[in-house]
Design a protein around this ligand. Sequence first.
Ligand SMILES: *Cc1c(COP(=O)(O)O)cnc(C)c1O
Length: 394
Amino acid sequence: MAKRNCRPPGLNLDKTLLAELAALELADLRRHLRTVDESALLNFAATDYLGLSRHPALIEAARRATSERGTGAGASRIVTGTDSAVLALEEQLAAWKEKEAALVFSSGYAAALGTIPALVDKGDTVILDKLAHASLIDAARLSGATLRVFPHNQLQKLDALLQKISTTRGAGRTLIVTESIFSMDGDTAPLRELVELKDRHGAWLLVDEAHATALYGTTGAGLISEAGLSSRVEIVMGTLSKALGSVGGYIAGSRPLIDWLVNRARSFVYSTALPPGVIAASRVAVDLARGPEGAALRARLRENIARFHAGLPAAWKKQALSASAIQPLICGEAAAALSLAVALRERGFLIPAIRYPTVPRHAARLRVTLSAAHASKEIDALNEELASIYSSRS
Ligand SMILES: *Cc1c(COP(=O)(O)O)cnc(C)c1O
């Protein structure tokens, strides 16, 4: 029976949101979830840089662990205890990253969200590189610490910020947060200079290796390890969901850091552990990445990057080309990036248009990601399409 509602009508949820969605659409910023028929499209969008997500050894390990232990972990590790396979994965990650210990989270996003607020609070300061990933920004905001941003990779600006903070704040902690390979530009942070700077100012450093893990260094441990800086970066973050082909995130660091996160990282404490299949696949992925097969896949990826650069239409070659697997093709306005992405899709290539707020306004781009699994002729086909689209439009 309908009762008279005496409260004021208020805002209708759907109407409110439909208006907001229409505004996004108008600005070419609306995102849609699309079904992807992968078999029909050449995928230059994934971050499965070594092709490990389709590796038979990972699939078999996941299948076996799932048959033996089931599809779900059942509860948080604080509640049910830790499966020995998870500890084995964490030991593997710690050894690989040349750290005392590691802790696995349900995603990279969850690793950031749990870790930064566990380390800093009101009265402290987090300083982020301007291009830091959304997970790091959200985590910094959640922490309640004062937020500062320095222009991308500009360490003189960071230095000035650190000096100002040390004169105005007394005992507060300062945490610097950056990435080793930046997710939307594929460029590199000046890690050695960063480490020297943060040591000089007594700050802590968190480096997100989401796009470097399994890809740099003789064992694939990442850029920090390749630079010989493992002992000097306090907090190393990464994900199992990119080059390692599975899902999950991790933090590697000192034993006290990891023990503290077990107690205080809320996204760890209050979230269900990763399923056995994911843990098993990740253990195989780390082994593979550290060994000769990993080295061969990395070499293959580098060949693909070089091939892509060599065949790229001249117009884009004028941009600073990234040396990593992430290749941004800057288009400017969102509409330009979108229409290029649509044209490429019609020709059989899956390449995302990356728009505000993921990247700055007027810096919309296509983000091509290369993988060791791409065949040479697929890279060539992409370059031919890019050239033909480009010449038809200019
Ligand atoms: C993808 C990504 C994350 C989040 O990792 P997920 O495991 O996908 O949640 C964190 N940082 C960076 C730089 C990323 O690109």
